[in-house]
Structure formats: C-alpha cells, structure tokens
Design a protein around this ligand. Structure first.
Ligand SMILES: Nc1ncnc2c1ncn2[C@@H]1O[C@H](COP(=O)(O)OP(=O)(O)OP(=O)(O)O)[C@@H](O)[C@H]1O
Ligand SMILES: CC(=O)C(=O)O
Ligand SMILES: [K+]
Ligand SMILES: [Mg+2]
Length: 476
C-alpha cells in the first residue's frame, strides 16, 4: 500500500539546486514550502520553476506552499558577529537603528516599547535566550538576561502573553502574497493568526488578484488557541506551527493543541499539517531519535493530513534522508494502524457531506477498490478524505490547478481529466484512469461520487457503485 499522510518539505539553501529538488520529489515530498521569512523573490522563483519541472518529469503532483512571514518580530543585526548574553546582564532592545552589541540590539517593530511593561518576558530565537523587562524609556526597552546564550542576526523575538499591536498582514506579507499568487503557488499559509477575521484580509487580496487558493491558518499564538473552532472554520486548513507555539504557550500545551486541532479539522473537513522539529536531530545526523520517530508516527495515529520538515530539509545536512525516513515512518505507522479507522461521530451537515460519508461506508461494505470523487473546488475530495478510509481515494478534476491545491490532503491522489458533460462520461474517465494505471481489473467495484449537472459547484448529490467494464460497454 502507498503512503496516505502527506509530507511537506521546506525548501532552503540545503536543497534548492535542480538536482536536490528532483531528488526530494523522487523521495516523495507532496508539498514544497517556500518560507517567505527567508530568501528573496529571484531565489524563490527559481525554486518554484525547479519544483514544477521535477514534478512534471516524475509525473508526481507536488503542491507549492508560500508561507507568509506574518507579524513576526525580529531583532536587528550584529555587525561584529553573534554575541553571548550571560544571566544577570543588562540588555536593551531599541527601536532606534543601532548596530547590535553585547549591550543592545535594534528591532524593526516600532510598537515594542508601547506593548511591554516591567515584568514581561522577551524571548529570543525560539526561547533559547530570555530577558525580563525592567523598564521602558522612550524607544528603549531595558531588560535583564534571565536565560543566557548566543544571539545573532535577525533572530525572532516573542512576547508570550503580551497582546502585541502588530497588524495581521504586514506590508511585506501583502507584497509577498500578491507575488506568490501571480507566480501561481497552490497553497498559502498565514503565520501568527490571532482572529478568524485575519483570513478575510487574505481572501480579499486573493479576490483582487483573481485567484482563490486554499489558505492555511498557522496556530502559533495563544489567541488562536482560544478561538480554535472559529479559526478552523474561517480558514481552508490549519498548520500546528509548534515552533512558535511552544514559545508563546507553555511547552506542555503543544501536544494538547495538536490533538485538539486535528480533531476539529477532521470534523470540519479541513486539512491539518503538523509542523516543526519532527525529525530535528536529522539536521545534523543521518538517523532521527526514537522520540522523533514516535512523534511522526503519533501525528499519523492522531489523524494528521500531513507532517512537515523544516530545517531538516531547508538547512540540514541530510535533506533527502529526512524525507525518506519520514516517509518510511508514516507508511509503517499506517500499515499497522489504518484499519483501526478513525471514527468521526459528528453527523455531516450538508448534502455533499452526507454523500461523502455514505461513499466511505458503502466502499467498505462492497469492498471497493477505490473511492473516486469528481471535484472542481477540491471540496468533495476533502470531505471524503476526513473518513481516513483504507480504500484508495482518487480525485478527478477538470481544473488542473486543483491538483496542487489538494496536495496536502490526506490520502488524495488527483487526476486531471477533460470536462465531462454527463455522468456516463465521468464513469468512463474513472475506468480509463484505473485500467491504464493497472490499479483495477474488469469486475472490480469503485464508488464514484459526483455532482449533477457536472461542473456545478456544490452540486454533489450522486453516489454510484460502478463496476469496472460497464462504462466501456456503454460507450461501444
Ligand atoms: N534561505 C535561508 N537562508 C538562511 N537561513 C535560512 C534560510 N531558510 C531557513 N534558514 C534558517 O534555517 C532554519 C530553519 O528554516 P525554516 O524555513 O524551516 O524555518 P522555520 O523555523 O519554519 O521558520 P522561521 O525561521 O521563519 O521561524 C531557520 O531558523 C532559519 O534561520
Ligand atoms: C512552522 C512555524 O512557523 C513554526 O513552527 O513556528
Ligand atoms: K514563515
Ligand atoms: Mg512560526
């Protein structure tokens, strides 16, 4: 059996050559993530075209995800190199444009002095270094170091528990989003989501650009955790961004948020990606730890649609090995546990949802070889996917862009077919695809979900148990 949960791989300097990208695609990545926090447009554009070329060459569908930086606060640069801060040192973070030193560093976030008060913690570089605010004077935030360590250029700065006044979409994010949509990315992720309304700002820009791609809300702020059900509903998908989440919230909350997010997403038929440090030690070692191996397997057992590699592929020494290792862990976990189906207790609320649920059940009862969904927006495929059926799940679409937009969705394989004018033509397309791939034989059963009239959005209303061979007889 092939792997069902998807793999997202972050592209960075360690894996962006044509050869390496081809190797990543061959190793099995389903989604390539462009992190807009790093690199410039020409770099990302070159990577974009290399991924498309590698996907075409191998025939594998690979989605391209633009991950917007969001209102991430960063420190400035240290012209003389990284500095070490020691517990008890006094250290100033200032909005003045000063070179970084052992005594002070700049930040581009002008609101910092207004947002913090004495006693607040300031964390640098995912919490590796911690400061406590002692006072604010003008543009300067005075602190003492409570956890020492090295700090260097442009590291992230988090203010756990402090409601910051940064906008949901910065000017850079808006520029990056328009650039990504024009380039033709398949998926967009928004970082540091705080309210469901953050999605609307992105949808507005997509409307202005005339392209609507799935928008993934990244859960990495306590405000998002508090409003998780509404945020799941407002976005097209969710990423559990455990890196920042584990700094903004007590670490021990991370597994709980992950579990809740996966459950809520499956109820709402929203794909969910579990991200960050999944195989972290593979940045510098060819084998992961046992704990990391279990982390990946447990995300699969919990029902995640996709698992993500960050530094492991973007800057690590073993990018290809990381993908192969992750793929093996996922596949082995699925072989052991897929039959123990994840039951969904919640009843569907729409006709399309009811048909999808019935298709998964009928497929199991009649021992279908495949569940096939005709979809123009990808929605029917997402609805079928949430049942995590062990039966292969095939999406058929006449909109080529939909293939990349379903790349992160659990278990879905997408086929681009010509537009069908009536349902008989749809069955013929399913048959042809399955016979050509050698996936079915005459007499096999396939459950087909379709809408009538074909091509009408939201019209999914038909379920048929199709016997392979029948459509061909009809045509001749
Ligand atoms: N193009 C790049 N150039 C230099 N360093 C990079 C680049 N891409 C990533 N890195 C570094 O490698 C690490 C892992 O990269 P990745 O993009 O996976 O990071 P992340 O943790 O998801 O995002 P962020 O750094 O935005 O928090 C990051 O901490 C970053 O500092
Ligand atoms: C992926 C990401 O943004 C995080 O883990 O914080
Ligand atoms: K980012
Ligand atoms: Mg983050």
């Amino acid at each position: 059996m092939t792997r069902r949960a998807k793999i997202v791989s972050t592209i960075g300097p360690a894996c962006s050559s044509t050869e390496q990208i081809t190797a990543l695609v061959e190793a099995g990545i389903d989604v390539a993530r462009l992190n807009m926090s790093h690199g410039d447009y020409p770099d990302h554009e070159a990577v974009f075209h290399r991924i498309r070329a590698a996907a075409d060459a191998t025939g594998r569908g690979v989605g391209i995800l633009a991950d917007l930086q969001g209102p991430k606060i960063r420190i400035g640069r240290f012209p003389d190199g990284p500095v070490r801060l020691t517990v008890g040192d006094e250290f100033t973070v200032t909005t003045d444009d000063v070179p970084g030193s052992r005594r002070e560093v700049s930040t581009t976030y002008k609101g910092l002095p207004g947002d913090v008060s004495p006693g607040d913690s300031v964390l640098i570089d995912d919490g590796r270094v911690a400061l406590k605010v002692t006072g604010v004077d003008g543009n300067h935030v005075r602190t003492t170091v409570t956890v020492g360590g090295m700090i260097s250029d442009n590291k992230g700065l988090n203010l756990p528990g402090v409601p910051v006044s940064v906008p949901a979409l910065t000017d850079k994010d808006e520029r990056d989003l328009r650039w990504a949509l024009r380039l033709g990315v398949d998926l967009v992720a928004l970082s540091f989501v705080r309210t469901p309304a953050d999605a609307d700002i992105c949808y507005q820009i997509m409307e202005e650009e005339g392209v609507r791609v799935p928008l993934i809300g990244k859960i990495e702020k306590p405000q998002a955790v508090e409003r998780l059900p509404e945020i799941v509903a407002a976005f097209d998908g969710i990423m559990v961004a455990r890196g920042d989440l584990g700094v903004e919230l007590p670490l021990e909350q991370v597994p709980i948020v992950q579990k809740r997010a996966i459950e809520l997403c499956r109820e709402k038929a929203r794909p969910v990606i579990v991200a960050t440090q999944m195989l972290e030690s593979m940045i510098s070692a060819p084998r992961p730890t046992r704990a990391e191996t279990s982390d990946v397997a447990n995300a699969v057992f919990e029902g995640a649609d996709a698992v993500m590699l960050s530094g492991e592929t973007s800057v690590g020494q073993y990018p290809i090995e990381s993908v192969l290792t992750m793929s093996r862990i996922v596949q082995t976990a699925e072989e052991a546990a897929l039959q123990a189906t994840h039951t969904l207790h919640r009843m569907p609320e729409t006709v399309g949802g009811a048909i999808a649920r019935a298709a998964a059940e009928v497929g199991a009862i009649v021992h279908a070889e495949a569940l096939a969904a005709f979809t123009m927006s990808g929605e029917t495929a997402r609805r079928l996917s949430r049942y995590r059926s062990p039966i292969p799940l095939l999406a058929f679409t006449s909109v080529p862009a939909v293939r990349g937009r379903l790349a992160h969705v659990w278990g879905v394989e997408t086929f681009v077919v010509p537009h069908a004018d009536h349902t008989d033509a749809m069955f013929a397309q399913v048959e042809q695809a399955l016979l050509e791939l050698g996936r079915c034989q005459k007499g096999d059963k396939v459950v087909v979900v379709a809408g009538s009239p074909p091509g009408t959005h939201g019209s999914t209303n038909a379920l048929r148990v199709h016997i392979i061979g029948d459509a061909i007889t009809v045509q001749h």
